[in-house]
Design a protein around this ligand. Structure first.
Ligand code: FEO
Ligand code: CA
Ligand code: CA
Ligand code: CA
Length: 579
């Protein structure tokens, strides 16, 4: 009988213990294979990876990028063939300058900026299972969308809008965190910490209130691209920053198509945009991942199929809402519509484009609920309930974010009225408070299943919920103690009906586990391991002199360096993953 039959739990594997080893661990009866680490050529005959990081920017543009994140598998072929051959489409969130170049980033040049831009964005690779393992195959569809690829805009902030006028035509997508898949089979990539890349040496420059609301300042995250490339000088080319912060649609089946930034979905630090449908409309849920920011949803107007038939994008027509979670367990979606509520000309709002360019400020005016860093959302395919990870934070101190500070994070869930994802009211509860009961008695997890800082979240077709963690410097700093028993980042599976949670995978040292998808038959799972060996307060940084830091995964080559990669997981008996 299938594991999903009544009376049997969804989780059928033996959990793995916590780990501080520099490797990937999976349950007994499972095997893991490393696929497409950073630098793998997109085509089998493309430029080969050089382990001293001496590949040029032009070569990096033909290779898999750095720091894998959100991901989807698009089958090529029908039935069984579609689970053995397909396109793997994945985001590359950011770069680690200490290992991207042979000599680190003490000196910044245009070539180094170009290599960093080429290592961001989205990789599309064609893969197939041949002779028992998965590999990259020659493809007419493989391509890279990078920080330099020509892009366009649609919706209320169209190409040519004054706010988008900057030096040169619009190019590129950056800080590609989580993702989404549209009902019509395209991929969306979401721009998260895009403010990171801007800066200026102009000591007289000060951010405008609109820039400051997104954290734009004179140094960004310290990349110093502006010292070599005036495109990223916020003082001389300020509107370049308005070109980022959007959800970007890419059609993987049309390699010549231009990525489109869908401005109707708002400008925030987009974590992801998980999509579902209700009453024939497309609905997208989106977190804004910064401490004290909000959760949003977009609801299409009218049938998405009709929009498509008329040659329009369903993502260009609809309403953006922001969530208010009330203390009594109810909630309301507040529309970010020009002319409604406080978003009027009398209050200084110009039009719908202005509302979307300043999405955060508009949400402030509506009285949205501050959250403890909203990361991924996921929709239960069986119930249409929505789950969202709140990874950690100082603690918003409201009922939906009850722990102050909140070093371990939690997962909230809500049911829209009548289980209709287009509804404007809902009921919410807290699915789980993460952490270690040894340090926080409010945590109800069994000590065998402890985890912290939930981030990636995905429902498989059976209704198993997969939880991935990102314990980072910021979360460890929030917890002066309390992460020591949890060790490396991990992936767990949950049965949302019973609340049972089991640890399925542990990652190598210093990594984050983020991005998960299976083939349609659920017999192959792809999981991303991001930034093995990244700096942490406890471990020390990868440097040009010591690129391996605490991790040499996956190559374990003393002359190499740690590389983000996809891990392919299968059962030795060929069964459904997790069952
Ligand atoms: Fe890129 Fe919020 O994780
Ligand atoms: Ca994330
Ligand atoms: Ca995170
Ligand atoms: Ca990370």
């Amino acid at each position: 009988a299938p594991a999903t039959a009544a009376g049997r739990g969804l989780l059928g594997f033996t959990p793995v213990p916590t780990s501080d080893a520099d490797k990937v661990t999976v349950p007994a009866g499972y095997q893991a294979q490393v696929l497409i680490p950073w630098g793998t050529p997109l085509q089998p005959d493309g430029p080969a990876w050089r382990k001293d990081a001496s590949n040029s920017a032009a070569e990096q543009a033909q290779q898999v990028g750095m720091h894998h994140d959100g991901m989807n598998f698009f089958p090529l072929g029908r039935g069984r063939d579609g689970s053995r051959h397909g396109l793997l489409v994945l985001n590359h969130e950011y770069v680690q300058p200490g290992i991207l170049y042979p000599d680190g980033d003490k000196v910044i040049t245009q070539e180094k900026v170009d290599k960093a831009l080429a290592a961001h964005g989205v990789s599309i690779v064609e893969i197939a299972e041949r002779g028992g393992s998965w590999r990259v195959v020659k493809s007419g569809l493989a391509r890279k969308v990078t920080g330099n690829t020509p892009v366009t805009y649609s919706g209320p902030v169209p190409p040519g809008h004054p706010a988008l006028k900057a030096a040169g035509p619009p190019r590129g997508t950056l800080n590609n965190c989580s993702h989404g898949v549209t009902p019509w089979g395209t991929y969306v990539t979401c721009e998260e910490n895009w403010n990171a890349y801007f800066g200026t040496e102009d000591a007289s420059w000060k951010p405008s209130p609109a820039q400051a609301r997104y954290g734009i300042n004179n140094v960004g995250f310290g990349y110093r691209w502006h010292t070599a490339d005036p495109r990223f000088d916020i003082a001389t080319n300020p509107n370049e920053a308005n070109r980022f912060g959007w959800v970007v649609e890419i059609d993987p089946m049309r390699p010549g198509s231009t990525p489109v930034k869908r401005t109707r979905l708002g400008r925030i630090k987009h974590e992801g945009a998980v999509m579902t449908t209700a009453r024939g409309r497309v609905v997208a849920y989106m977190g804004d991942d910064q401490d004290g920011e909000y959760i949003y949803k977009f609801v299409g107007s009218g049938s998405w199929r009709l929009h498509r038939a008329l040659g329009r994008s369903p993502l260009d027509h609809g309403t953006l809402y922001v969530a208010r979670f009330d203390d009594d367990g109810t909630g309301t979606w507040l529309p970010l519509e020009y002319g409604k509520g406080p978003l009027t000309a009398a209050n200084g709002w110009q039009d719908q484009a202005d509302v979307l360019l300043r999405t955060r400020t508009a949400a402030d005016a509506l009285g949205a609920t501050k959250m403890d860093r909203a990361e991924w959302t996921a929709v239960n395919p069986r119930t249409k309930d929505v789950y969202a990870t709140l990874t950690n934070g100082a603690g918003a101190g409201n009922a939906a974010n009850p722990r102050t500070p909140n070093p371990y994070g939690h997962i909230i869930r809500w049911r829209e009225k009548d289980a209709d994802n287009t509804a404007t009211t809902f009921r919410w509860d807290i699915f789980v408070l993460a952490g270690d009961p040894a340090y926080d008695p409010r945590v109800k997890l069994d000590p065998a299943d402890i985890f912290g800082s939930p981030d990636g979240l995905w429902f498989d077709p059976d209704g198993r919920m997969w939880i991935q963690t990102d314990i980072s410097n910021s979360s460890q700093n929030l917890a002066s103690k309390g992460y020591d028993n949890i060790a490396n980042n991990q992936m767990l599976a949950a049965d949302p009906r019973t609340g049972e949670i089991r640890r399925f995978l542990t990652g190598p040292r210093g990594c984050e586990v983020t991005g998960v998808i299976t083939t349609p038959d659920q017999r192959t799972m792809f999981v991303n391991i991001q930034h093995p060996g990244e700096t942490t307060a406890a471990w020390g940084e990868s440097t040009p002199a010591n690129p391996q830091g605490v991790s040499s995964w996956p190559d374990h080559d003393p002359a190499g360096r740690p590389r983000s990669a996809t891990v392919v997981i299968r059962r030795t008996d060929g069964g459904v993953i997790g069952a």
